[in-house]
Design a binder for this molecule. Structure first.
Ligand SMILES: [Zn+2]
Length: 444
């Protein structure tokens, strides 16, 4: 643990350097920044003592693979993180510039300070704490397009199957129960999205001449989108899967504090909070294309479209869920409006059977590093990497850890990393490498 504390200042500096790079893969204008970010990760891993470090790509964003070969008889651990980040959103809503890491009250603010450049920092800290020579093989895989749904990941896995093969996979891209209690994430929801377009007219019409007789597409779209939920806020699409969440207490005050629900705004859906977050489907309208208000005239709008995003409960099939959503949209538009649904991204949900020797070693490392028992949690978000990797390496044990906490605000403005959590997460990972190495039976 002292060794992790010793390397933390340098790791913190390196994390800040990474945060200053605007590696937003979703923004075509900043793809050069993603390349720069990959180069920076290569430099850090090489300096940390990895001998075999390379940038790879299969037509998508540059990813980085670094290897430290396993001593004879020892298992190999793959450490995953991603170096791309979400777009920063509205700069005026940030309390400090998004790409200038800034410390306030023990937290480091900036886009990617937590999601997921802190994952890279954790792996660096664990490796440096072992002075570049841990008792296990270590392969680091740092993806560059996770926030865009990992479109070329399966090609990367196929092209580098031998290089990435490992006994244990640590995915440091998830949340913790609190800043004092770690989580082991054991289930993730999947994702499916689509764009729905409705058309009612061949061209716009004067609303004074035809309003009240001919329907406008935006009103149709709004009614169609409203049909996706019942009055309580439960998803109202037929044929979706529901699982069962861990029985942990998630009080309403905590929900209110973590989400910043405005005064008077209530939660939606029925069932416990963990059930709704981790084990039920959710549907969100994430964008609409229509006439903007400053261009609005008294016209019946002929067509309008929306992007609809769905989270799929563990155990459900994301493709089938997308088909169910498509059916619902095609059949629910009022007044005979024409509906076209264009399918988008699909990522499968995932459930981990977190029992056995590797998980015992991991829980012991958590206990020692955090001084608290880890909580098995689900997560509402999706990490396409996990299902893809589990499929490619079915015998590997997967540990989903993370450096986030409930106040992190990943994907939102004012994202931040709790610096104490970084230390505890790095310590747990360093201990995990040590303990997997000291018990040769563990990974077999
Ligand atoms: Zn992430």
């Amino acid at each position: 643990m002292q060794r992790v504390r010793d390397v933390l200042p340098s790791v913190r500096r390196d994390l800040e350097g990474l945060v200053r790079i605007q590696s937003v893969w979703a923004d075509p204008a900043r793809r050069g920044e993603v390349q720069r970010s990959a180069d920076a990760v290569v430099k850090l891993l090489s300096e940390a003592g990895f001998k075999d470090v390379q940038i790879v790509s299969e037509g998508g964003a540059p990813a980085v693979i670094a290897r430290h070969p396993a001593p004879p008889g020892a298992p190999t651990v793959l450490l995953y993180a991603h170096h791309d980040v979400q777009p920063e959103g509205d700069h005026t809503q940030w309390n400090s510039p998004p790409f200038e890491p800034t410390e306030r009250d023990g937290r480091l603010y900036g886009r990617g300070t937590a999601d997921d450049k802190a994952g890279i920092a954790t792996h660096l800290a664990a490796f440096r704490a072992h002075r570049g020579n841990p008792p296990v093989g270590v392969t680091v895989f740092v993806e560059g397009e996770e926030e865009s749904g990992s479109p070329s990941l399966s090609r990367l896995l196929a092209a580098h199957r031998e290089t990435l093969a490992s006994d244990v996979i640590v995915i440091a891209d998830s949340d913790n129960w609190s800043t004092d209690v770690p989580s082991l994430t054991v289930s993730l929801r999947g994702l499916a999205d689509c764009v729905v377009e409705v058309a009612t007219l061949d061209h716009g019409l004067h609303s004074g001449l035809w309003g009240g007789v001919a329907p406008d597409a935006l009103t149709v779209l709004v009614r169609l989108l409203a049909s996706l939920h019942d009055d309580e806020g439960n998803v109202a699409v037929a044929g979706l899967h529901e699982a069962a969440a861990a029985d942990v207490d998630y009080p309403p005050e905590r929900v209110r504090a973590e989400t910043g629900l405005l005064d008077g705004v209530r939660e939606i859906g029925s069932g416990s909070v963990p059930q709704r977050l981790w084990a039920k489907p959710a549907i969100t309208v994430i964008g609409i294309d229509t006439t903007p208000i400053d261009k609005a005239s008294n016209t019946l709008i002929p067509r309008a479209r929306a992007k609809v995003s769905m989270r799929v409960a563990p155990g459900g099939d994301a493709e089938k869920h997308l088909a169910a959503l498509t059916r619902h949209l095609e059949q629910s538009a009022p007044w005979g409006a024409q509906v076209t649904v264009t399918p988008g991204d699909v990522g499968q949900p995932y459930t981990i059977d977190a029992t056995g020797a590797v998980y015992d070693v991991a829980r012991a490392a958590f206990r020692q590093a955090w001084g608290a028992e880890p909580v098995d949690t689900g997560i509402g978000g999706s990490i396409p990497f996990i299902a893809a990797f589990a499929e490619a390496f079915p015998s590997a044990k997967i540990l989903v850890t993370g450096v986030e906490d409930p106040a992190t605000q990943a994907h939102s403005v004012n994202e931040s990393l709790h610096l104490g959590v970084l230390e505890r997460a790095a310590t747990a990972e360093a201990l995990l490498l040590a303990n997997l190495g000291s018990d040769g039976k563990v990974a077999t």
